[in-house]
Design a protein around this ligand. Structure first.
Ligand code: TXA
Ligand code: MG
Length: 345
């Protein structure tokens, strides 16, 4: 049985947090909200607890986990050294939606890092995550709390839909505020590289790391520990095939409409993940629509993206159609990246 414990996201009840922290310390699995998505936490130095994460998610053992800490000081025992770049990034963005990949120390079990010589560390800013880490007093390894290859969970109900009965506790702190996973920056090699886009965009990071590179591969999964792990192409997918139309608004919308009509003519049931401003123009088509929000508000889109993907999936359509958004907002790249991955078959 999985216990769902409600907590005030701003001011979590200490006794509830203490129970969850105790569970973690004893090798249990606790899902908790972060500012990005819900994480599935386990004691990072407890190998059998870590193995349970992989089993609960059905995650391949070659995909390493992020270790969550309260501060750079708390990360120090996990890494071989703290480079100057890591100090600068932590000072600017921690706690927050930034993960840094560094050379690992001996104390981090191979199960966490999938045998790599590096470890990913992040200090989340969500009060529930922070209180839990404080109370646990141990580093907490936590991937997103979804079944492998399902969209990341942004609400406790998503965690329950995927992991009910497989984990001890879900701390329900409501919907997460950012909605897409943290930016992952690899500082273990030169030049530093963005392995995954997120709320902290490349431009902002470049102010502190002028030689920053962006990994843009959609490499396919392999059996080896991967050079850019987590660059698994099919990583954020609904079960229903998703087709992404790219390009400027009018071209992409036109292509999407034609695609929808052709599929409808073949008797398909179609869901369109639609920006609010597109809905009137899609009205003439016999498609189901799931509203994503206003294209002009990427923060709202990111917050809703994974819930909208799950809602679309639940409509049991043959195909989900969506167009990529066109803004300069840093979250645009992250949203586009997740849609691209969701569309890979
Ligand atoms: O926002 C987030 O980062 C959320 C919350 C829960 O903190 N966590 C999350 O974890 O998205 P997960 O496991 O779903 O994604 C972790 C990413 C994967 O792409 C993984 O391959 C990468 O981080 N990663 C972990 N350790 C790594 C390492 N040593 N080198 C390179 N990439 C690593
Ligand atoms: Mg994940």
């Amino acid at each position: 049985m999985t216990e769902v414990l409600r907590v005030d996201p701003h001011n979590p009840d200490r006794s509830v947090i203490a129970r969850a922290a105790d569970c973690l310390r004893r090798g249990g699995l606790v899902a908790f909200p972060t500012e990005t998505v819900y994480g599935l936490g386990a004691h990072a130095l407890d190998r059998s607890a870590i193995r349970r994460i992989f089993a609960a998610k059905g995650r391949p053992a070659n995909d390493p986990l992020i270790v969550h800490v309260t501060s750079l000081d708390a990360a120090a025992p996990l890494v071989a050294a703290i480079p100057e770049a890591a100090r600068r990034l932590a000072a600017a963005f921690w706690p927050g939606p930034l993960t840094m990949v560094l050379q690992k120390s001996e104390s981090v079990p191979d199960e966490v890092t999938a045998g790599l010589v590096t470890v990913a560390v992040r200090a989340p800013s969500h009060p529930v995550a922070r209180c839990l880490l404080d109370a646990a007093g141990v580093p907490v390894a936590a991937p997103s709390a979804n079944l492998f290859s399902r969209p990341s969970p942004t609400r406790a109900s998503h965690v329950i839909a995927d992991l009910d009965g497989r984990i001890e506790i879900v701390l329900d702190g409501g919907a997460t505020s950012i909605g897409v996973e943290s930016t992952v920056v690899d500082l273990s090699a030169d030049p530093p590289t963005i392995l995954r886009s997120g709320a902290i965009g490349a431009e902002l990071l470049r102010q502190l790391l002028p030689n920053l590179r962006i990994e843009r591969s959609l490499a396919l999964p392999s059996d080896d520990a991967m050079t850019a792990p987590g660059m698994l192409a099919k990583h954020y997918s609904p079960r229903t095939p998703l087709v992404l139309h790219t390009g400027n608004r009018s071209d992409a919308l036109r292509a999407l409409q034609l695609d929808a009509q052709e599929r409808l003519d073949h008797g398909e049931r179609i869901v369109v993940l639609a920006y609010t401003g597109d809905m009137a123009e899609l009205d003439g088509l016999a498609v189901l629509m799931v509203e994503l929000g206003s294209e002009a508000d990427p923060e709202a889109i990111a917050q809703r993206l994974y819930a909208a993907l799950r809602e679309s999936d639940d409509l049991a359509a043959n195909t989900i159609l969506v167009r990529s958004l066109n803004t300069d907002h840093p979250l645009s790249a992250a949203i586009h990246d997740r849609l691209e991955r969701a569309s890979t078959r």
